[in-house]
Design a protein around this ligand. Structure first.
Ligand SMILES: Cc1ncc(COP(=O)(O)O)c(CNc2cccc(C(=O)O)c2)c1O
Length: 455
């Protein structure tokens, strides 16, 4: 049956058949969905030919930018040779094995093993089970509880959504599951009060020690955190935060889990976020920049402390996915990492475009509506404020953030709004001129919304 009628009316077909994630479908069907047709470099184009500078790299993930045909060619070669085989029952495939070596080579001396998944959420549920299996194998089975953070994000699977600190997710489906508790987040602008950022960083880190004391150290398996919270609003912790977290985890014998799904693969100007903050985690979920989103793949970096127990004590870890280490996805990821390495994109973020972005994006702090303009590497946020002199927030943060986002989008720039924070996470290949364009359109959007609010 010809698909011409459907293709000519994709929005109507989408409304009739496609349920979108994190979307109010009634509103979307009324507004109509936007068909994104192709991408090139840091730009995407919709089905009407409108061009957008993708200041969000898809969903934090298109690190090498769009249109890199080398990846399609690598995927096609693998697909034509072997489109799929599994890694259960004593088998593997060449790209899966080579990718595991390549990922570990960038993760530092303590990481020599990776467990592959299809997404970041599956990586969350994988390490969640690994942590409990690890403690049981070393004779401390009561160490089951995971401590996570309010406003953290770790995906949409049951454990991932439970460890996430988003109340609106917990309300749907009776989460969090037993064995997951939350402490505060290092969000100084909103919660620091009269403390300096450094004082606040120590205070909120020490909530971890208080929670461990409350639960009993012998009941706590792990603490999980994103190096920089992404979906929570690009919350960059004060300098005192991570050293104190690392000290507490070591002193109190709980596993430290660094969620690298966003911060990994160059986003912060280092291969992984934990390296940027000088931390040595025990486990680290990965996804997104691993393949730059060209094909779905995720995983868990497993430190020697954990891997040695799984190899020598646990025996069979009864966990895994049909597509764990999918050969075509692995081939695409290998090519993606080759591009990141050969074009020195991590170093570029650290030494060139990251500092350039910080200066340009930081200049927006002079706007009456901007309370802070912060960034690390190519991950930035604008905190919108009703009164920046007192850090007073807007009454309707979501409405303000959406208004700025929609204005930017109408003028050809994709930004993410989470409440009253405007988030940027452009492809690592973005040029200086494109950063200038991002900032120009963002400023225009701020001017327009601020003027609307005062009219
Ligand atoms: C830190 C972190 N951990 C786990 C996940 C889950 O990964 P998957 O989506 O591949 O299952 C994420 C994902 N992060 C994510 C996903 C979708 C939207 C947004 C947003 O900020 O709007 C963020 C993430 O940001």
């Amino acid at each position: 049956m010809s698909d011409t009628p459907s293709r000519s009316n994709l929005a109507a077909v989408d409304a009739a058949h496609h349920l979108h994630p994190f979307t109010n479908m009634k509103k979307l069907n009324a507004d109509g969905t936007r068909i994104i047709q192709r991408g090139e470099g840091a730009h995407i184009f919709d089905s009407n030919g409108k061009k957008y500078l993708d200041g969000f790299a898809g969903l934090w993930c298109v690190n090498i930018g769009y249109g890199r045909t080398e990846i399609a060619e690598a995927a096609m070669r693998q697909m034509n040779e072997l489109p799929y085989y599994n890694t259960f029952f004593g088998t593997t495939t060449t790209p899966t094995t080579l990718l595991s070596e390549k990922v570990c080579a960038r993760a530092g001396p303590h990481f020599n093993h990776v467990f592959f998944t299809n997404s970041g959420s599956e990586a969350s549920d994988t390490w969640f089970r690994m942590a409990r299996v690890y403690w049981a194998a070393v004779g401390q089975p009561a160490k089951k509880t995971v401590i996570a953070r309010r406003n953290g994000y770790h995906g949409s699977t049951v454990a991932g959504a439970s460890m996430g600190g988003m109340k609106y997710m917990h309300e749907q489906g009776d989460l969090p599951i037993q064995g997951v508790v939350h402490i505060g987040q290092p969000y100084w602008y909103a919660e620091g009060g009269d403390l300096s950022p450094e004082e606040f960083g120590l205070k909120v880190a020490r909530e971890l020690e208080e929670k461990i004391d409350e639960l009993g150290e012998d009941n706590v398996a792990a603490f999980v955190a994103e190096p920089v919270q992404g979906a929570g609003g690009v919350i960059i912790p004060p300098s005192t935060y991570w050293p104190e977290i690392a000290r507490i985890c070591k002193a109190r014998n709980i596993l430290l889990v660094s969620d690298e799904v966003i911060c990994g693969f160059g986003r912060l100007g280092s291969w992984f976020g934990f390296q940027h903050f000088g931390v040595e985690p025990d486990l680290a979920p990965i996804a997104k920049g691993l393949s730059s989103g060209y094909l779905p793949i995720g995983g868990v970096l497993v430190s020697d402390r954990i891997a040695d127990v799984f190899i020598n004590e646990v025996g069979e870890f009864n966990h895994g996915f049909t597509y764990s280490g999918h050969p075509v996805c692995a081939a695409a990821a290998i090519e993606n990492l080759r591009i990141i390495e050969e074009e020195r994109l991590v170093e570029r973020v650290r030494d060139d475009i990251g500092p350039y972005f910080a200066k340009a994006w930081g200049s927006l702090a002079d706007h009456d509506m901007v309370g802070e303009a912060v960034s690390v590497g190519l991950m930035g946020a604008l905190q919108l404020a009703a009164d920046k002199s007192t850090r007073r927030r807007f009454e309707k943060p979501d409405a303000v953030g959406s208004a700025v986002r929609n204005h930017a989008l109408a003028n050809g720039l994709v930004l993410r709004a989470t409440g009253d924070r405007m988030l940027a996470s452009p492809p690592l290949i973005i040029s200086h001129e494109e950063v200038d364009t991002m900032v120009r359109i963002a400023r225009q959007a701020l001017d327009a919304v601020w003027a609307d609010m005062r009219s």
